[in-house]
Design a protein around this ligand. Structure first.
Ligand code: PGA
Length: 259
């Protein structure tokens, strides 16, 4: 049984002091909360301090990117083992902002996902179509390509440990979330492919979460979809009370599905 997975992607927001204050507040608010995995992804500068503040709590910490080499002359880059040592247990990979602004491709995702696993990090691998691709009816082909090329080298065991974030690019930061039906359809497709290509156990264990304008007002509908296992939350994760609201509402998943 996959428990809901809710991750806050802070992007390039929050200083060290702001990150620590937030994490301390959140850890107290969720100390008795069961049945949901909670993760925050601060910028690199706040990673270690946030991980220290989250130690022995219900809050896990993720990096927002990683480089695939172990060490070397790669100015500006950070390795998976450095991220692990800083206290993070997860890493976001292939976010659409990395793809569109910084030249990330399925090939680099493939390298990064392998490096993350080798260092003991859980990858949160992002896939999703642009508005053009959706309007040309290419969504499923694009998702197939991103899974095959970005994640195709993984073993079934690794797929079972992976988190895939389906983030339609047109829904990110736009206030325009996919409808529950659109998300459900895409997630169902992804789950079907995982089953075909990696087997039933991998498909059953892999978390497929939705991202793109998730907020307290829409999380219940999204998570009620059978293949939506949680959310990657950008803007609405910056405010601890709004993020908490999303976390709490995601726990109503089983009740919502039974309606
Ligand atoms: P958003 O961002 O919630 O602000 O749309 C989601 C993401 O980019 O992960």
């Amino acid at each position: 049984m996959r428990i809901p997975f809710i991750a806050g992607n802070w992007k390039m927001y929050k200083t060290v002091a702001e990150a620590v204050k937030y994490v301390k507040e959140l850890r107290a608010l969720v100390k008795d909360v069961e049945g949901v995995e909670i993760v925050l992804a601060p910028p690199f500068t706040a990673l270690h301090a946030a991980a220290e503040a989250a130690r022995n709590s219900k809050v896990g910490i993720a990096a927002q990117d990683v480089y695939w080499e172990r060490e070397g002359a790669f100015t500006g880059e950070v390795s998976a083992s450095m991220i692990r040592e800083a206290g993070a247990a997860y890493v976001i990979l292939g976010h659409s902002e990395r793809r569109s602004l910084f030249g990330e491709t399925d090939t680099t995702v493939n390298q990064k996902v392998a490096a993350a696993f080798a260092a003991g990090l859980v990858p949160i691998a992002c896939i999703g179509e642009t508005l053009d691709e959706r309007e040309r009816n290419e969504t499923f082909d694009l998702l197939d390509r991103q899974i095959r090329h970005g994640l195709g080298a993984l073993t079934s065991d690794q797929i079972g440990q992976l988190v895939i974030a389906y983030e339609p690019v047109w829904a990110i930061g736009t206030g325009r979330n996919a409808t529950a039906a659109q998300a459900g359809e895409a997630h169902g497709h992804i789950r079907k492919r995982l089953h075909q290509w990696f087997g039933p156990d991998a498909a059953e264990l892999c978390h497929v979460i939705y991202g793109g304008s998730v907020k307290p007002e829409n999380i219940a509908d999204l998570i009620a979809q059978p293949d939506v296992d949680g959310a990657l939350v950008g803007g609405a994760s910056l405010d601890v009370r709004r993020f908490l609201e999303i976390v709490m509402r995601s726990r109503g998943r089983d009740a919502a599905r039974a309606d």
